[in-house]
Write a new protein. Structure first.
Length: 483
């Protein structure tokens, strides 16, 4: 392994200079570019959406833009980690980058919303694969002793992307066009594909590295249930009709239940740990909290800029600053509480949950009124709440998992978040279209949507707080929940 020369040189000090000289640090920066491309694109859509809807219409499909992107990312993320056992890492990286670039190109040139959504699905497939391959690359190409530092850098990259995405979209819309916002990612993905051939030239990257029988089975049936379920829920809101929409919602919810059931019955391909939603353990309560808040809080990122621009004429660049402030609050408070004593972690989770719920409830009042300071305050509360709670929540979930399921539990948190975002986007589309967006974008429809869209999700935020309180109860400590 070429990174061997970058091992610890005396004590616990990492020889970063040696890693740079032999090219391994540059390789790591390169594979991290895939995470940056995916995450920036994911967060950019919020500030691009008002201009895009004004150009190609289709406001009734706004919720789909995030739902299909997350679905693609979930499926490709699960597939990429398994494909590297049969196809070389470099080949996988090139294919994922080209797929991502192709999706971005379709979005940039889309003449209508359906074609744009097709591009978003392809983008999600490519981006999800790039993220999964970045984590696989750390395991395959770098020595174990520097994994914590590399994963720490990856976390920082997500923070940078969460800030830069909305700002990039706002700047592009203001000075060029929303289409150029996706054009940037087209060039970025193509450049990454070309560079993969030269940068990933090590033996570990040029050949498959798993023997027969070592690769987990791919969860085809479970992911198929998930995809159909989310699409059914999203379809319920396209053309609102009481009987048809209700049937689609019920079928979609039943499909979600089937997805989790199928996953639990397939131990070789499972995505989630045992007793996923059982409140008899901190793991079950924690995953319930992850699901509740992920569904409830994606609404502002999807519809916030569109509503603020339509209702109050707030410049898109200002909305970009607000969303960026939410991301900054997440990062800063996450760092601020990182060294808190472990015996306070469950109380900190409750505080974070209350902050998230307060921000969510506040949006129900501030978005219709258009008060920028109050909207900013709600964004800071919501983002800061995630920053406070999520590091400790993840640690509690993993610590509470059964022996042998800690790795699955660790990966299950971001997977559940993505599922929550996809479902939340689909449900938000139903609410927005039922409140008037099904007839097109207008100020009157936006006023009705703003009045209900955030309010409907408040009970789910309260439910997330109840789950957090359940985690904090003494009987749920890991050593007591082990049975």
């Amino acid at each position: 392994m070429t990174a061997a020369s970058g091992n610890k040189a005396g004590g616990d000090k990492i020889d970063w200079r040696a890693l740079w000289v032999n090219g391994d640090l540059a390789r790591f920066c390169f594979i991290s570019l895939g995470i940056l491309l995916h995450a920036t694109n994911e967060t950019m859509i919020a500030t691009v959406m008002p201009a895009m809807v004004g150009d190609i219409a289709g406001v009734q499909f706004v919720g789909w833009s995030l739902a299909v992107y997350e679905l693609g990312a979930i499926v490709a993320g699960a597939a990429a980690g398994r494909l590297v056992s049969f196809v070389a890492l470099r080949t996988n990286m090139m294919a994922a980058a080209l797929l991502y670039a192709a999706g971005a190109l379709v979005c940039a040139t889309a003449p209508s919303m359906p074609i744009f959504l097709a591009g978003r699905l392809v983008e999600g497939l490519g981006g999800g694969a790039l993220v999964s391959l970045a984590f696989v690359s750390v395991e395959r190409l770098f020595p174990r002793n520097i994994w914590p530092q590399l994963f720490g850098i990856i976390s920082a990259i997500w923070g940078v992307a969460a800030f830069s995405g909305p700002m990039l979209g706002a700047v592009m819309v203001d000075f060029l066009s929303w289409r150029w916002a996706f054009g940037v990612f087209t060039f970025g993905g193509a450049a990454m594909a070309l560079a993969s051939f030269a940068v990933l030239g090590t033996p570990q990257a040029k050949r498959p590295q798993a023997g027969a029988g070592q690769t987990p089975a791919f969860p085809f049936l479970a992911l198929g249930c998930l995809a159909v379920s989310v699409l059914l829920i999203a379809a319920a809101g396209v053309d609102i009709a009481l009987l048809r929409s209700s049937l689609f919602i019920l079928l979609g919810l039943a499909g979600l239940a089937l997805f989790f059931r199928v996953d639990a019955l397939k131990p070789r391909s499972r995505l989630f740990p045992s007793h996923l939603f059982s409140w008899n353990s901190a793991l079950g309560s924690g995953m319930t909290m992850v699901a509740a808040f992920s569904v409830a809080t994606c609404t502002f990122a999807i519809y916030g800029p569109l509503l603020l621009t339509t209702l109050h004429g707030i410049p898109i660049l200002t909305t970009g600053y607000i969303i960026a402030a939410e991301s900054i609050a997440w990062s800063i408070l996450s760092i601020a509480v990182a060294n808190a004593p472990l015996h306070h972690e469950r109380s900190i989770i409750v505080v974070g949950a209350l902050m998230i719920a307060a921000g969510l409830a506040g949006f129900a009042y501030t978005i219709p009124t258009g008060s920028i300071p109050l909207i900013l305050l709600c964004a800071l509360l919501q983002g800061g709440g995630f920053g406070v709670a999520w590091p400790f929540l993840t640690r509690v979930i993993v610590a509470s998992a059964r022996d042998g399921e800690q790795t699955i539990a660790s990966a299950a948190v971001p997977t559940m978040q993505r599922i929550g975002y996809a479902v939340g986007a689909a449900v938000a589309g139903i609410i927005a279209n039922a409140c008037g967006f099904s007839d097109g974008l207008s100020r009157e429809a936006a006023a009705t949507v703003a009045g209900w869209l955030f309010l409907v999700f408040v009970p789910l935020g309260i439910f997330g707080c109840i789950a957090a309180l359940r985690i904090a109860l003494p009987p749920l400590r890991p050593r007591q929940a082990a049975g």
